[in-house]
Design a protein around this ligand. Structure first.
Ligand code: AMP
Length: 198
């Protein structure tokens, strides 16, 4: 059986780290739109050129660019048995686009996992990561702006998915292993209902 999942949570909540761990256990690909954009910026592709100006300011890349990229990534063979989308959807328009992409193959999302974290804790984490990884989109003012954009445009998506009965919320503050265990404990009942063993 398969699991089609979305991971929500503010920048710095540990989504990337936890996505890799969850996907390792479930043998599904972790698809991070931020990672795909960064790889395209590094490779100086046309997509990277179109995305970079927005990323550098902490703004969202326009839906027209982002949706096309996700549509083609989800068409790859490895996504047929399930996936965890990290960083998409981030706007209501993207929610509807994802619905349409899946519905075209007779599919739908199974679980939306939201990792919650207090803003000051995530600012501190992001500043540490900025100095370790030298990420241009991680200066303090850009970080604060990214959190505001998240609060305005993406946080409301949790309520939308709650209304659909898909939302699972997990507290992202704590040691990495502890948070992974919390997530797996929260996911197991939903996954086993779908015949997926974690
Ligand atoms: P992330 O690593 O997920 O925080 O993404 C880094 C940056 O990539 C974001 O600040 C946005 O500029 C861009 N980005 C990633 N995912 C999306 C998305 N779903 N929609 C728009 N922009 C995105």
């Amino acid at each position: 059986m398969s699991a089609r999942m979305v991971l929500l949570g503010p920048p710095g909540a540990g989504k990337g780290t936890q996505a890799a761990r969850i996907c390792g256990r479930l043998s599904i690909p972790a698809i991070s739109t931020g990672d795909i954009f960064r790889a395209n910026v590094a490779g100086a592709t046309e997509l990277g050129r179109r995305a970079q100006q927005y990323m550098d300011r902490g703004e969202y890349v326009p839906d027209s660019v982002t949706n096309a990229m996700v549509r083609s990534r989800l068409a790859a063979d490895d996504a047929a048995r399930g996936f965890l989308l990290d960083g998409y959807p981030r706007t209501e328009g993207q929610v509807h686009e994802l619905d349409a992409i899946l519905a075209a193959s007779g599919l739908a999302l199974d679980i939306v996992l939201e990792i919650t974290a207090d803003s000051e804790a995530v600012v501190a984490r992001l500043l540490t990561r900025a100095s370790e990884q030298n990420r241009a989109d991680d200066t303090e003012s850009v970080i604060r702006h990214r959190l505001e954009v998240y609060a305005e445009q993406t946080a409301p998506l949790a309520a939308l998915y709650r209304d659909r009965g898909l939302l699972v919320q997990v507290d992202g503050i704590g040691a990495v292993d502890e948070v992974t265990e919390r997530i797996m404990t929260a996911l197991v009942p939903r996954l086993s209902a779908r015949g997926v063993t974690a």
